[in-house]
Design a protein around this ligand. Structure first.
Ligand SMILES: NC(=O)c1ccc[n+]([C@@H]2O[C@H](COP(=O)([O-])OP(=O)(O)OC[C@H]3O[C@@H](n4cnc5c(N)ncnc54)[C@H](O)[C@@H]3O)[C@@H](O)[C@H]2O)c1
Length: 389
């Protein structure tokens, strides 16, 4: 067994709960030693809640020599500065999406990690979950033949949601960046890199706060970027995928993620979860649900929580920790994170230029080895073995 990787979580907001729980209890490879943030006192409260020994400021985390890996769970607009600070201090970094809010910042961070020989891993890591890995196994086994096209759709009322999640009002808060990225990430994990993008978009309208639980004094806001985006992606593989992200409608999500192949059709569940059902439609019109070939289905067996279906966040951190101990590339690496950002930025650029945008960068994401999650006596080794190689 490899030496555990001494890890600090930076940020103590909503998503830190499931990360802290999993990094503390679920993954053997992680030694969670600290919670850090702008306020050491707030970090202390969150550290105590999850049995983590040390609490500190972000500066103290950067200066702590024993910390090898920083897990950045702040809003996207704060990622660039914190990731740069941590890489400059010699720490490997895992960051929540998006790695930065501009492609230039993302490229600079990727360059810095490369120069310093450090790992930089980027969410979404839902692509390592049972649903998407099962779909990937089906594709790799040729179950639908060559993928010719696809369809990805997600809808929400993003301006209304920004009343509750205030960070959505700023840069990186539009539906494409906040949620569409799960669809882009899944498509990249399944089909590989994108070659070219063209898109139409509609900007968000000014939003007057309307919910009772929101801050009554809040000023109206306009989420930057496109609220509605209709795009066409041409993958290097040759597949053409239509994408519709509508953040200016209602919150009843009609998520669609479908891949059409020469010999069948694969219909995936919500890629913002770990356990999206994978349905195979075959040539004669029949349809079946594929059994999961992989563990990490998002249902946290240690202690079921409202996060079930979302419950394996941190899998990308653990996979990266094994990668750095074994000296191999991590699957949700900086090239994948940067490509996600480049695709989103290219879509946005195309909405204003009216031209298609070529994407030069490339990445490779190997599938995970199949592995189920053992529930025998609370053991948890089986699936984690699939994260090692
Ligand atoms: N909430 C979710 O369901 C969810 C799901 C998946 C991913 N994410 C991602 O996780 C990240 C955090 O989301 P969240 O819901 O926990 O947000 P949150 O607002 O609940 O918490 C954000 C944390 O970051 C800190 N922070 C804010 N601005 C900062 C700055 N400039 N410098 C340093 N620290 C700062 C806050 O103090 C807080 O600890 C975001 O990137 C988000 O996209 C959230």
């Amino acid at each position: 067994m490899e030496k555990k990787v001494r890890t600090a979580v930076i940020g103590y907001g909503m998503i830190s709960n499931i990360y802290l729980k999993n990094l503390k209890n679920l993954f053997h490879i992680i030694d969670l030693v600290a919670v850090a943030g702008r306020s050491a006192a707030a970090a202390r409260a969150q550290a105590d809640a999850y049995g983590v020994e040390r609490a500190m400021t972000i500066e103290e985390a950067a200066a702590a020599e024993d910390i090898e890996l920083a897990v950045v769970l702040t809003p996207a607009s704060a990622h660039y500065g914190i990731i740069r600070q941590m890489l400059s201090a010699g720490k490997h970094v895992w960051t929540e999406k998006t790695m930065a809010v501009t492609v230039e910042q993302g490229r600079e961070l990727a360059r810095l990690a490369e120069e310093k020989g450090l790992y930089l891993g980027v969410a979404p890591d839902t692509v390592l979950g049972a649903g998407i890995q099962t779909a990937r196994a089906a594709l790799d086994r040729g179950m639908i033949g060559e993928v010719t096209s696809g369809l990805a759709v997600i809808n929400r009322n993003q301006s209304l949601n920004a009343e509750l999640f205030t960070f959505l009002r700023g840069e990186g808060g539009s539906l494409p960046y906040d949620v569409g990225i799960y669809y882009i990430g899944a498509l990249l994990a399944l089909l590989g890199p994108v070659e070219s993008v063209c898109a139409f978009g509609t900007p968000a309208k000014k939003h007057e706060p309307e919910l009772l639980y929101a801050n009554a004094e809040a000023e109206p806001w306009t989420i930057p970027g496109s609220a509605v985006m209709s795009a066409s992606l041409r993958f290097v593989s040759g597949a053409l995928v239509s994408v519709l992200f509508d953040g200016a409608t209602v919150n009843a999500p009609q998520h669609v993620l479908t891949l059409f192949g020469e010999r069948g059709i694969l219909k995936l569940g919500d890629p913002n979860t770990f356990n999206g059902e994978v349905r195979l439609a075959y040539a004669d019109g029949g349809e079946c649900v594929l059994p999961f070939t992989h563990g990490y289905d998002g249902v946290n067996t240690l202690e079921p929580t409202p996060f079930d279906g979302y419950g394996h966040r941190g899998i990308g951190v653990a996979e990266m920790a094994y990668a750095l101990r074994r000296g191999r590339p991590n699957r949700c690496g900086k090239e994948y994170g940067l490509h996600c950002l480049e695709v989103l930025a290219a879509m946005e650029e195309s909405t204003s230029s009216g031209k298609s945008v070529e994407i030069a960068s490339r990445f490779v994401m190997e599938p995970l080895k199949p592995g189920y999650y053992s529930q025998l006596g609370g053991m948890r080794g089986d699936a984690e073995r699939s994260l090692m190689d």
